[in-house]
Design a binder for this molecule. Structure first.
Ligand SMILES: *[C@@H]1O[C@H](CO)[C@@H](O)[C@H](O)[C@H]1NC(C)=O
Ligand SMILES: *[C@@H]1O[C@H](CO)[C@@H](O)[C@H](O)[C@H]1NC(C)=O
Ligand SMILES: *[C@@H]1O[C@H](CO)[C@@H](O)[C@H](O)[C@H]1NC(C)=O
Ligand SMILES: *[C@@H]1O[C@H](CO)[C@@H](O)[C@H](O)[C@H]1NC(C)=O
Ligand SMILES: *[C@@H]1O[C@H](CO)[C@@H](O)[C@H](O)[C@H]1NC(C)=O
Length: 333
C-alpha cells in the first residue's frame, strides 16, 4: 500500500492506519468500516478523542439527520480546499452510483446576482434526480425561490494554509494562463513581501487574488463580503440550518467516511476510491512557489487578520468532530 496515502488518515483513523500498515499490504482493508470501527472501539480509551458540544450545536439531538431534500446535493466548493480531489472523486461516484453530476467549470464570480441564483435553483430542480451540483459560489438559500432546499455539503481548510495556497495559485494562473484577478503590479511578490509592504488584511483579500471563506457560507449579500461580524454570524446560522456535512481538509478521510455513512445513495464506497487514488496533484503549488513558506512573523499577522475565518473554521471543526463521533457511535449499535 502507498504509504503517502496514510498521511491523510488522522484522528482515530490514524490508529487504524498504524495497525493495518504493519499487518497488510492491501489498502482495500481501509474501506471496511466494520473492521475500522472494531479496531477503534477496542483500542485504549485514551487514544480516542471525546468531543463535547460546547456550542450546543446538537441542541440535544443528532447531527446525523439530513438538512434538505436528498433529491439534490450542492457542494459550493471553497477554492484551494481539496476541491480538485473532490471533483474527481465525485465524478467517479456519479458514474458508479448513477446520479447526475453538474460540474461547473465556472470560476468567477462567487457572488451571484439574484437572477443567476434563481437559474441555479431552476437548473437543479429540472436536472434528472438524484443530482449533485458543484461550483465555486456563495451559499444560495433555495427558500428565496420557493424551491426545495438541497442537501448542502462543503469542506474547509486551515485558513492560513488556504490563504497561502490561494495567494500563490492566483499568481500562477495569472502568469501561466493570463487569468489575472488582481493588480498585476504585484504578480511577483511573495506573501512575506506583500504583508511587509501593505497589510496582512489586504494580502488576504480579493484585491490580492485571495478569496475569503466566510461568504461561501454567509451568502450573496454584499455584507457577506464587507462586514465580517455579520458574515460570521450569518455563516454559522446557515451552517446550523442548511449544511448537512462540512468536513475539514486536514481530516478528509473522516469527511468521506461521514458522507458515506449518511448518504450511501451518493457516497457509498467513496472512502475506498479515495484510498486507491489519493490526493490529486493538479492545482497544487509548483516547485517554484512551493518553498515560499511564510515566516512566523507573517503567519502571526495573517492569523490576526483571519480571526473571523479561524472562528468559523474552529466552529466547523468542532461540529464535524461531534458528527464523526456520532457516526461511530451509530455504527457501534
Ligand atoms: C469487515 O470486517 C468484519 C470484521 O472483521 C468482517 O466480519 C466482515 O466480513 C468484513 N466485511 C467485508 C465486506 O469484508
Ligand atoms: C441546548 O439547546 C437545547 C435546545 O434548544 C436547550 O434545551 C438546552 O438548554 C441547551 N443547552 C445549553 C447548555 O445551552
Ligand atoms: C496597481 O498598483 C499600482 C501600485 O500601487 C498603482 O500605481 C496602480 O494604479 C494600480 N493599478 C490599478 C489598475 O489599480
Ligand atoms: C515578474 O517576473 C517576471 C520574470 O522574472 C518578469 O518578466 C516580469 O516583468 C515581472 N513582473 C513585474 C510586474 O514585476
Ligand atoms: C456589521 O454587522 C454587525 C452585526 O450584524 C452590525 O452590528 C454592525 O453594525 C455592522 N457594521 C457595519 C459597519 O455595518
Amino acid at each position: 500500500m502507498d504509504l503517502l496515502l496514510c498521511t491523510y488518515l488522522i484522528g482515530s483513523l490514524s490508529l487504524l492506519n498504524a495497525l493495518l500498515v504493519t499487518g497488510t499490504s492491501d489498502s482495500h482493508m481501509f474501506d471496511n468500516n466494520t473492521l475500522a470501527l472494531n479496531i477503534i472501539l477496542h483500542s485504549k480509551p485514551s487514544s480516542i478523542f471525546v468531543y463535547t458540544d460546547t456550542d450546543n450545536l446538537t441542541q440535544g439531538s443528532s447531527l446525523l439527520a439530513l438538512k434538505g431534500y436528498p433529491k439534490n446535493v450542492v457542494y459550493n466548493r471553497v477554492p484551494k480546499s481539496a476541491s480538485t480531489t473532490l471533483r474527481y472523486l465525485l465524478r467517479d461516484q456519479a458514474a458508479s452510483r448513477g446520479f447526475t453530476i453538474l460540474n461547473k467549470e465556472i470560476y468567477v464570480p462567487f457572488l451571484l446576482p439574484i437572477d443567476i441564483q434563481r437559474e441555479v435553483a431552476s437548473e437543479l430542480e429540472s436536472a434528472k434526480a438524484p443530482a449533485l451540483y458543484e461550483r465555486h459560489m456563495y451559499f444560495i438559500n433555495f427558500d428565496d425561490f420557493q424551491k426545495p432546499q438541497p442537501v448542502y455539503i462543503n469542506v474547509v481548510r486551515d485558513p492560513i494554509q488556504q490563504v497561502i495556497s490561494a495567494y500563490y495559485y492566483s499568481r500562477e494562473t495569472c502568469i501561466n494562463e493570463q487569468r489575472c484577478y488582481f493588480n498585476t503590479t504585484f504578480v511577483n511578490e511573495t506573501l512575506d513581501e506583500c504583508v511587509r509592504s501593505r497589510s496582512a488584511s489586504e494580502c488576504v483579500s480579493a484585491s490580492q487574488g485571495v478569496s475569503p471563506i466566510l461568504p461561501f457560507f454567509c451568502g450573496n449579500l454584499v455584507a457577506c463580503e464587507e462586514n465580517k461580524t455579520f458574515a460570521l454570524q450569518q455563516a454559522k446560522q446557515n451552517i446550523i440550518d442548511y449544511y448537512t456535512v462540512i468536513g475539514i481538509v486536514e481530516e478528509l478521510y473522516n469527511f468521506l467516511f461521514v458522507l458515506e455513512h449518511m448518504m450511501p445513495k451518493y457516497f457509498a464506497n467513496i472512502c475506498r476510491t479515495y484510498m486507491a487514488n489519493g490526493m490529486r496533484k493538479e492545482n497544487v503549488r509548483s516547485k517554484k512557489t512551493k518553498n515560499s513558506e511564510p515566516t512566523e512573523t507573517t503567519k502571526t499577522l495573517l492569523r490576526a487578520a483571519l480571526a473571523d475565518e479561524y472562528a468559523l473554521y474552529e466552529f466547523i471543526k468542532r461540529r464535524f468532530n461531534i458528527q464523526f463521533q456520532q457516526v461511530l457511535q451509530n455504527l457501534a449499535i
